[in-house]
Design a protein. Structure first.
Length: 361
């Protein structure tokens, strides 16, 4: 007679198998890669200049990895883009400037989330909303050129303004934390700034104060990339790489093109175009030449210029008499990033077609 396996042993075996299965499931869950969505390109705000009561701001959430949900919150801040407070019932992708915003700058928080958590990134501040009629009004923001490298010199423009004349300008340089949560003045003034060792790992920007007999209004430039030491050390992942360092197999990518105003509603108003260039590894590239031309040619075409330490170049173009202003219409541009000295049809160049909408105001 064959021995029978006791029921107790069978039951124990079943329990053991179940325990092992549960352990495997738990181990699999713990071993799964858990990370909140990383922000790879900061949010931004676009609007038709000048900013004033009634201006509609449009928020761009920037670029994210592994995000499936987004929440927006508009903020009212001081003229330095700090001490921000949430604006009630302002949680959409657009916001209309109201009387309470006069004297303030505006920013946008974008919170991206997935099953593993959430991350918030903040857009750079708008220009200050003027307090009084006749006070200086920003038509385009200050810009920076030069490399965010210790020992290098950054040069700032005032931006463009209108208002009662004469208008005087003051520059105040700021050293910011990487996420722009704090941007204290570093004591420097004037339109140039020599990057210091103490700035390593920080981001620099300039605050321009335009003043006339009616009042004063402030505007902030976009910040640089993280400051690196000469030779490339100490900058961290946010620093840019020189175009000259790219090798065979590398490519330049026209990563982002922002038009202001957008949509275009007038042939008489210049269009500011901000272009950002990266390489195929996702690093910002400085010293890359950028050309752009409308197709067909209905605007002026800027002389190609180098990207700065942010991997960015800013152009101002003028619509021509045949520039189409139509509802539901867009004008297309061919944008190319390339390296000086490379063959026209080779090297590390990259190109992209982009467009800006037009609208009858």
């Amino acid at each position: 007679m064959r021995e029978r396996t006791p029921r107790l042993v069978v039951a124990a075996a079943v329990v053991s198998i179940g325990a092992i299965a549960a352990l495997l499931v738990a181990s699999s869950a713990v071993g799964r890669s858990q990370s909140a969505p990383p922000n790879t390109n900061e949010p931004s705000i676009t609007y038709v200049y000048p900013i004033q009561v009634g201006t509609i701001l449009t928020g761009n959430r920037g670029s994210w990895n592994k995000a499936d949900r987004f929440v927006y919150q508009w903020l009212r801040c001081n003229d330095n883009g700090e001490s921000c407070k949430k604006i009630e019932n302002a949680s959409g992708t657009t916001y209309t400037v109201v009387n309470a915003d006069q004297g303030h700058t505006l920013r946008l928080d974008v919170t991206a989330s997935n099953a593993d958590g959430k991350t918030t990134a903040r857009a750079n501040a708008t220009g200050q909303v003027p307090k009084k009629p006749g006070a200086p009004v920003e038509l385009s923001p200050p810009t920076l050129s030069g490399q965010a490298v210790v020992g290098e010199t950054l040069t700032a423009t005032t931006g463009k303004w209108k208002g009662d004349q004469p208008i005087s300008y003051t520059f105040k340089w700021q050293s910011c934390t990487p996420n722009l949560s704090s941007c204290p003045a570093n004591g420097a003034s004037g339109n140039t700034y020599t990057v210091k060792g103490a700035d390593t790992g920080k981001r620099l920007r300039v605050k321009v104060i335009a003043k006339n007999n009616t009042g004063q209004t402030a505007s902030l430039s976009d910040p640089t990339a993280k400051v690196t030491e000469a030779g490339g050390g100490g900058g961290g992942g946010g620093s840019s790489v020189p175009a000259s360092s790219l090798v065979e197999g590398d490519r330049l990518i026209v990563d982002a093109v922002h038009f202001s105003p957008n949509p275009v509603t007038s042939r008489s108003t210049p269009i500011q175009v901000r272009i950002t260039v990266k390489d195929n590894k996702g690093k910002l590239v400085r010293g890359a030449l950028v050309s752009m031309v409308s197709t067909p040619v209905v605007t002026s075409s800027p002389t190609p210029a180098d990207t700065d330490s942010n991997g960015t170049v800013v152009y101002t173009i003028q619509p021509e008499s045949d520039f189409p202003i139509k509802n539901g219409y867009s004008v297309q541009f061919y944008v190319k990033a390339y390296r000086a000295g490379d063959p026209t049809l080779g090297g590390v160049s990259g190109a992209r077609l982009v467009q800006v909408a037009t609208r009858v105001s």
